[in-house]
Ligand binder design. Sequence first.
Ligand code: ATP
Ligand code: MG
Length: 691
Amino acid sequence: NRLRHVDSMASLPSGAGSIRELNAVILGESLASEENHLVFPSDDFSKQALISSPQQYLEMYKRSIEDPSGFWSDIASNFYWKKKWDQNLIYSENLDVTKGDVSIQWFKGGITNICYNCLDANIESGNGDKIALYWQGNEPHVDGSLTYTQLLHRVCQLANFLKDNGVQKGDTVIIYLPMIMELPITMLACARIGAVHSVVFAGYSAESLHQRVMDCKPKIMITCNAVMRGKKTIDLKNIVDAALLESSQNGITVGLCLTFENESAMKKEATKWEKGRDIWWQDVVPKCSTICDVEWVDAEDPLFLLYTSGSTGKPKGVLHTTGGYMIYTATTFKYAFDYKDSDIYWCTADCGWITGHSYVTYGPLLNGATVVLYEGVPNYPDSGRCWEIVDKYKVTIFYTAPTLVRSLMRDGNEYVTRYSRKSLRILGSVGEPINPSAWRWFFNVVGDSRCPISDTWWQTETGGFMITPLPGAWPQKPGSATFPFFGVQPVIVDEKGNEIDGECSGYLCVKSSWPGAFRTLYGDHERYETTYFKAFPGYYFSGDGCSRDKDGYHWLTGRVDDVINVSGHRIGTAEVESALVSHPQCAEAAVVGVEHEVKGQGIYAFITLVEGVPYSEDLRKSLVLVVRSQIGAFAAPDKIHWAPSLPKTRSGKIMRRILRKIASRQLEELGDTSTLADPGVVDQLIALADS
Ligand code: ATP
Ligand code: MG
């Protein structure tokens, strides 16, 4: 059914003139029902694209589903394998809890190393002098770079140090580093020797870091003394000290803490030090040899574990293995960003999140790409910083999150238009549904209506993109993640777990496995099965809601626990939020359900406003009106709660769990707020609750 919808899209007009006209009409309007708007890639863009038409996508997609072994082994053959996987067994899986333990394996028996494929293989094919990493410090004049060969040498030095200090294949290493080059270097060094890295975002509190230490019991901790974020200096070493102290009081002692001196943020002398445990990176690593043999590992040996961002409760240690993850991140990167050798790629995500694993480090480096790393924050020294960086490095692919798009949109266009941005050719979005109005601003203002937007839906658990536009192939619809990637079979099921077809809305699941799928939750396979495979036996359940429109486009509606039921109408939070932020004076919105005597649930909307706009009764009314006219009277918010800012996780996602408690005034039950980026926001919100 889906395929037929896709086919009919192919018959849409394709002359250059008509495309431009269509674009003008589409983007000039701001009609209520946005699903019908199509934004076409230009003919010039499509012509040069790897996947340049819906037909080409369809053929490849069809093969990837009907013959996964052939499809993926053709791709995998372009990578280096010390020994090929068992030919008959490219994958084996059981996703059905009722039939036994859930298990997923890809390329089993294949022997490889992802660090080798990222570095040595690229150097052998002549890319040794190509820039692998451009590093941009917090201060505009502080920067650096490494070629592929230089990066390999740095990685080998650290890998040798780790080996000399007893780190062996299968051991865990926690990395608590900011966005300096040592972060990807450390990840790659671990991978080179078969150690399992667990990066903890260097913004997490000592308590959160301690919990992760207790869970994965690392052999070594790798950190740096401090980092500058904007004008703030953050003493990371203090946080690590507190976390390690608490862990050792609870029976887990980490014997070695390798500490990089981040000189521009803090001098050695000012850093607290624990003799016997702490070692300065600069004192030992540069002395190690720049040659380090690779530890060859099985495709199914673990590569890393990463704790999810925690917007819904206790963090889960998501475990990824080597071979499938390697093939999947490289391939998704290549096609979703239409990657070319000449591209300069910048993803604003921190390596502390999955996005920084798959699409700052592994995916791009496997393709031999040049990657920009940025240490600082997007609004320092001012809100034009991102575009200053884009111009400085001639960035061609810019990948970020809706939260950043909305905040820059709120700061005004002048910060953007001050810079050329001529080099940009593709934009990307991840982390939350991108509201159509934010999509349009990103497209029109940042991309000068020239750059397709890859709105990539995926999760820590999926390893790589699952539903994503292929920028040269499809006309886009603002706010839709469009179609599945090769090899991915998304299905929408109803409450009883029946697949529903055509135009529909329900729970987003995936049928059968894909190479980048996670294999377990670290140390808790039972929780893995319960959380992801029990709700709808036979499927991987994403936890997200999704609807599919008449053309087969997918629209993510938020987490299913965020769906609100008003008088029997099921309303996705994303939908109401998008309507609210389409109001020119509303910067951001977060919607939750509250108990309602008559309707069952009522809609409670938290909003922030564009810089300088005061909140008033008239504004409240016009916000409610926007929702009434775009969605319907049944979705009109019962309460609008104005706030200067919203509580977010450290990866920038709105924490609805806490907003629900504030909305229902259950203030004693706010729960764990330690994963919030700024816990102070909560008090502010409570103070404004009844004003
Ligand atoms: P936790 O699982 O601990 O609550 P999390 O789900 O926020 O944390 P991630 O794995 O980083 O951690 O985020 C994945 C989720 O982000 C998806 O399940 C989805 O809700 C949302 N998401 C990511 N990309 C998109 C996108 N392009 N469109 C819509 N939603 C997205
Ligand atoms: Mg999640």
